[in-house]
Design a protein around this ligand. Structure first.
Ligand code: PPS
Length: 571
């Protein structure tokens, strides 16, 4: 197979500096689209040649070819649709033949799109063909249906400026910058290692072996754009990669960050990664087991077979234009104190083979357990521990829900004092009444207003949780869907402990501590929860308490025991 001339530049879509200055002023008058985070990633790689041969967002003809056969209209191999998805409302005001300005999230104009095509895609068909199933458990299918706009725009791009990055500037390279680096270093063969995870000893070992086998230099090329939801954030990962970089023999290896928005499309993604790496001047790419795998489908099965990505890559290797190096599954052989490819261990009955899965690693981090030196480098483990402290040191939210007068606030207050007595983390109480005074004073009790109130509480609690504090919330929060959305918001940063204070309506009404039930019965307070407004009782709360025959202290103690059992506080 003929190798591409890795040092020749790839075409970019930028105009000259002078033209860009002029265009920027002119584009100020155009209709403009505010790019989403994913579109910014796509646009950056379109403009800098990372998505060569694409010259802009795909036309309908290119899109159809790509979806159905992985081919652009001119026959070139391309596995992934790259479209500008917009809202119906925006699309209504747009005509084919029109130029629009594409702005980043601060409003800076990055490019002009000359629209040639506007159409409504068949998303179910796209999901089936590109991702293998129209199943929302696939993160890209979920994005397609629930985040991406319903109308696609296509057409060539005129690049004005690349998106601005404030982090790790020195580690980001365009395809042509990397090509120039390889030329300067005299690297004629380069193996790329694509990754979205921290590197441990096994990865270091396998990448080193892959480079040796291909007699090539090594490019660690991690994705820092968008990866799989729930991945270790790229800030932490890059600090980890920097620590691992020192472990390679000097000047054989370099690292560069790729602002790609991954789709987790397994086989098609592997082909796409190959084309992107070829554009970045690489001659080889490592493709592993379950490359860019999205996890399990809604039936609990893998979306793709473990070697589907390697098979599709192999079948298209000539068109991709770079060679695949198969990933070797490396395991640690205790007796020989070294990593070896799992399929090459002949005396496996006589040796101890050690391995720690990703799930096991996360458990050990969460519970503050030992992570052995044979598995990872101490610097990497220290970085991961800094970002993922054990649960007993992470922030969390305790979310009480229940009728007015059920005892939420009283238990919440007792809990706050007990947690403060223990010390270690700051505690904030977001009580229903307090929130309504300071955060939601303009809101009433319609469904819309109650939802807004709970969303605000959820947002504040998620910020507290993210920053390592304890948030205690005590609103009525009568709607299941709203409580679920708050749970999701918080679980991105730490534990969400829902406590249903299930004191019955009869009991709350007979206490009527604020005299509100009487007024509600008389119709003097409208939309009163339990009387003239609904309360949807939780079915999946972490704990249910009832204050009828149990004193507050005991209820608060039950919560403390729950928090202990979840590892959130130390007994
Ligand atoms: S919600 O539904 O979660 O937004 O309600 P919340 O913010 O917790 O506010 C509840 C407190 O407001 C008082 N109050 C009412 N509650 C329910 N329905 C109506 N219509 C209403 N009007 C005023 C009541 O004192 C609630 O306080 P708690 O602490 O729950 O008794």
């Amino acid at each position: 197979m003929s190798q591409p001339p890795i040092h020749a530049p790839v075409p970019e879509l930028f105009v000259s500096y002078e033209s860009a200055q002029k265009l920027k002023v002119e584009a100020g008058n155009l209709t403009s689209w505010d790019l989403t985070a994913r579109q910014i990633c796509d646009l950056e790689l379109l403009m800098n040649g990372g998505f060569n041969p694409l010259k802009g967002f795909m036309s309908e003809e290119d899109y159809n070819g790509v979806v159905d056969n992985m081919r652009l209209a001119d026959g070139a191999l391309w596995p992934m649709p790259i479209n500008l998805d917009v809202s119906e409302k925006f699309a209504e005001g747009i005509e084919e033949g029109q130029d629009i300005a594409l702005r980043d999230q601060e409003g800076v104009i990055l490019a002009i799109l000359s629209i040639t095509d506007k159409w409504v895609p068949n998303k179910a068909h796209e999901a089936e063909k590109v991702f293998g199933a129209d199943d929302l458990a696939h993160p890209a299918v979920n994005y397609l249906h629930n985040t991406a706009g319903p109308v696609y725009l296509g057409g060539p791009i005129t690049g004005i400026q690349p998106p601005v990055h404030y982090d790790f500037k020195g580690r980001r390279d365009t395809p042509n910058e990397l090509r120039a680096y390889f030329r300067k270093m005299g690297w004629r063969k380069v193996v790329a290692f694509q990754t979205r995870n921290p590197l441990h000893r096994a990865h270091q070992e396998l990448t080193f072996r892959a480079a040796k086998e291909a007699q090539a230099n090594l490019l660690i090329h991690p994705v820092v754009g968008m990866t799989k939801p729930g991945d270790v954030d790229h800030f932490t990962r890059v600090r980890c990669y920097e620590a691992v970089l020192d472990k390679y023999p000097q000047s054989t290896t370099t690292m560069s960050l790729l602002n790609l928005a991954m789709r987790m499309a397994g086989p098609r993604e592997a082909v796409w990664h190959g084309l992107i790496r070829k554009n970045h001047g690489c001659t080889h790419i490592i493709v592993g087991r379950d490359h860019a795998g999205p996890g399990k489908n809604s039936a609990g099965e893998d979306f793709y077979g473990p070697y589907d990505a390697q098979d599709l890559f192999r079948a298209n290797q000539d068109d991709i234009g770079i060679e695949m190096v198969d990933f070797k599954h490396m395991v640690y052989v205790q007796e020989r104190a070294q990593y070896e490819p799992n399929d090459e261990i002949e005396d496996r009955d006589n040796v101890t083979i050690l391995n720690i899965s990703g799930t096991e690693l996360r458990r050990r981090l969460r519970e503050g357990l030992e992570i052995p030196e044979w598995f990872s480098f101490p610097e990497v483990v220290a970085e991961l521990r800094r970002t993922s402290p054990p649960r007993a040191k992470q922030g969390f939210t305790v979310f009480f829900t229940g009728l007015s007068g059920s005892g939420k606030s009283t238990i919440a207050n007792a809990l706050m004092v007990k947690l403060m007595e223990m010390g270690g983390r700051p505690v904030t109480l977001l009580d229903g009444d307090v929130v309504r005074k300071h955060l939601s004073s303009e809101l009433g009790f319609s469904k819309e207003h109650r939802d807004l109130n709970i969303e605000r509480i959820g947002y504040v609690a998620s910020e507290i949780t993210k920053n390592g504090g304890i948030a205690i919330c005590a609103p009525i929060a009568p709607y299941t869907a709203t409580r679920r959305s708050v749970r999701e918001m918080i679980e991105a940063f730490g534990a969400f402990v829902e406590i249903h204070v299930a004191t019955s309506l009869e009991e709350c009404e007979s206490r009527d501590r604020k005299g509100l039930y009487k007024l509600a019965r008389e119709g003097k307070i409208k939309e009163f929860t339990g009387i003239s407004d609904p309360y949807e009782a939780p079915t999946n709360a972490e704990l249910v308490v009832d204050t009828k025959d149990v004193d507050v202290d005991h209820c608060a103690h039950q919560v403390i025991l729950k928090l202990e059992s979840m590892g959130l506080i130390k007994g």
